[in-house]
Design a protein around this ligand. Sequence first.
Ligand code: XMP
Length: 536
Amino acid sequence: MTTGAKMQEEHLKPQSERGGVVVLDFGGQYTQLIARRIREQKVFSAILPCTTNVEEIRKYEPAGIILSGGPNSVYAADAPKCDPAVLSQGVPVLGICYGMQWITHTLGGHVERAGRREYGRAKLHFEDSSEQASPLFKNIPAGSNVWNSHGDHVRALAPGFRCTAKTENAVGAIEDRARKIYAVEFHPEVNHTTHGTEILRNFLFEVCKAEPKWNGAAFVEETVEAIRKKVGDKWAICGLSGGVDSTVAAVLVHKAIGNRLTNVFVNTGLLRKNEFEDTLKMYRERLGLHVIGVDATDLFLAQLKGVTDPEEKRKRIGREFIAVFDETARKLQAGEAHGEIGFLVQGTLYPDVIESVSVKGPSATIKTHHNVGGLPEKMPFALIEPLRDLFKDEVRRIGKDLGLPDEILLKHPFPGPGLAVRLLGEVNAEHLKLLREADAIVREEIKAAGLYSRIWQGFAVLLPVRSVGVMGDERTYGLTAAVRVVESDDAMTADWSRLPAEVLERISLRIVNEVRGITRVVYDITSKPPGTIEWE
Ligand code: XMP
């Protein structure tokens, strides 16, 4: 666990975070992917802004440092730089794309705009097939495909370097083995580079001699211990959303301090069918968490009365959420907690923390992300964010290690403002009921078809649009449900799911037959971009 507060308290990182790789970010679109590929090899990795000073980097006792790609030209006036001392720590360095150009430029070589931009696949040819061949390319066949994306290239190597591989138009790889500096022009982290994983493995294990020791069990053990120390004899509070992130965070903190953690689960009245009751039950009976369920349905609906603008809905829900949470915390402070509540637990993830603007350096603010529609910012609590270093799939794996049931681990993401952003127009109890029923049918049928874990999200949206229909001998004039099912890896982009026609047909038939008030069903075939996943 590396909350900001903890980083200040402690000089060194936890054991499992030492001996890994520090990735210095020059603003490249694949920086997160580099970090992820390293973790897949059970080696810890942390992304830091390229301007991070060497002392901060040393706290990780890194086995290696990677300099990422980036969109700039090294010779531009505002080109991002890192401290050149990074290259003389005796720690192996791997530069990727811009990283290679920056190394060359900094150590006295020459980089210039390429006559021909190299974008896409290229073949890698080695300069040396002898004993002297680069350890980076151990067991990599000549002619292997690599993925390029650069407009600049290395024209003259810096003193001490040799070229170890070329592509058709450019220097593909360089090294100065004495100084342990290696660099590649292509992107080993993307799948299009056929042997990219092996190249990164060679860097980790042949060059850096890193140990593959980063795993879930070590993470849980260290995190629980660190939380215990940090909280001392105080109390903590956590806002649960029903999703995997806040649940895993709560279970970790509960393991550390037991019932000195009080969880709050708010029914906004905007949750899905039976979600409040079922989730509360699961929290209490299966996970043994101490949870206060607050039913604030009426408060939220009152706030939403007459509001149709999507942004206004979100704002009001966020504000009300803070008010309800604040009030609950105050009551707890005054009564139930027998000690001082000093901490607020949040399920913030790594991608929430890292922004590509980190290229601008440490002064650029890191986004504060609130999972639950915006938690109080002014609350007098220190934050505990045990998942700050993890990706979503890593959180799921930790959750599995902690014994969380699949219904939580595999649950589709659900927005903080809930059904309010899936119900177009004014949110009222009557429309919420229709949407809940239609939505439950969509999810039931997706599950019955065995597709639930294959898709990113599947849900219904209620449109305040009436159309004419006929049922039996009667004319109908009811509302419309849109069915939204998407496939995605990270919600940044998404593709509409090509659901089998039979599944769509069952969904449509069931909604029109079972939900009185909805008489038409349409399927959303918009991908993201240009659409977003949610409708509001
Ligand atoms: P969009 O609609 O922007 O959604 O394509 C991307 C992903 O984010 C989820 N989402 C939210 N999650 N609070 C959240 O915690 C929110 O306000 C929110 N809005 C959208 C959405 O469900 C999708 O997975």
